[in-house]
Design a protein around this ligand. Sequence first.
Ligand code: MSP
Length: 502
Amino acid sequence: MSYYVTTPIYYVNAQPHLGHAYTTIAADVLARHMRQRGEEVFLLTGTDEHGEPVAQAAEREGVTPKQLADRNAARFEALMPQLEVSNDFFIRTSDPRHGERVQAVMQRVHDNGHTYLGTYEGWYCPRCADFKTENEIGPENTCPIHKIPLDREQEENWFFRLSAFQEPLERLFAERPDFVMPPTRFNEAHAFIRQGLRDVSLSRAKLTWGVPVPWDPGHVFYVWFDALLNYYTALGFARDGDDVTDTFWPPAIQLIGKDILKFHAVYWPALLMAAGLELPRHLFVHGYLLMDGEKMSKSLGNVLDPFEVMERFGTDALRYYCFREVSFGQDGSVSTTGFEARYASELANEYGNLASRTLAMIARYRDGNVPQAATDAVLAADFDGLDAEVAALLDGAELSQALDAIWQRVRRCNRYVEERAPWVLAKDPAQADVLDETLASLAEAVRALSVLLHPYMPSSTATLLDALGRPAVDFAAARYAPHGWGGAIGPLEPLFPKVAER
Ligand code: MSP
């Protein structure tokens, strides 16, 4: 089966921050997990480069929009390997190959009769690049997201007949209750549709920084239409000389933040229907990472720098923290103190320590060889079904619940060490078999847990699995086996050293 997963494409008028990293890491966890399961995966991320906000930012800096886009897109692109994100492609909407495909799809929408020329007047937020509907306007005509005054704008625009999709969208929501997940977001989008849909502006006449409308080249497409289509256009040129659209379309899941729900759950399916394209199977909407109770964003100036966190604590720790601290799908606060506490108590003391004490005891009591003994049935029972549980949770993009299910077993193993007290067993030759069973069980448990944790923390789990001499990370290897494998282990540096030591 093919599994196509996407992130939103990020605006290039801001610096990358933890909010952007968050969605991208989530998509990467899913992509890595599905690769473990043998699926043919395509992970797409990229940058949204057209539109008024970028044109304005460039003007403020005295550069062309393309220069600004080149500079800032490079920062987003460089972020991916640092985050250990295994994206298959990085799309930039200023790529002419994207523009050509946008024009081809939109021409079809036009030919199918879903557009018309009209006049638009409304309250417009230049930062959102969006006209606001009446109930989206904050006090004194401000943008509730950016807290800046809205502009009253009027111009001749091409319109998309969104209203004509009222019924098809209602049917979609009636037939596919998991089209948008989690259910609270489904309900929110559904309610928006039921309020009655109005046609939306499709083009801008004043702007030149965008994809020209092929049937009226004095206009460029409104940035959201150009941007949404990236998910489709990328597959046409991501692999040089090879159009992989048929292999991967439609997306299995598209991850978005709750701020862009309307565009993805309402405009996007309507646009695809208008173009005669298949709809994504699922949209998953996550919440905001908050600092001091406000959404992190460039405009609010309260940015937690992912680069700094990664430099001090490592990428895996950042990846872990994002899904451990805040339940994926909900809003939640992140902080440096919260991060440091989880680093020390969970990564270093629970997982890291379980790994190092297991290896140290095997080195000390069994000359560095994992006993070939049968593993403990009691511990096996605690692992029974864990792989299937994690797979089922990740099928629904429940990243935090899956991580929690794994972590309960990390804790279980630490209790097991205390219960069995191998250092006591080692003193009594009559207990040699029990010690064999204990060490074989712990090695096997640590191995299986590391395979399950691999999508979240690719590098430290790989280091540990290498030290165990069992590097396989395919999903079959996530099952706790009934026997110790009997191989030699290697040395292991602390996976999560005290930060002062770094
Ligand atoms: N360019 C549009 C999306 C177009 S998709 C066809 C856009 N870009 S953005 O740079 O503002 O980034 C949007 C996404 O970044 C959000 O939907 C969300 O996924 C992520 N986040 C940005 N700030 C965030 C937080 N503080 N917390 C969690 N995610 C956040 O909108």
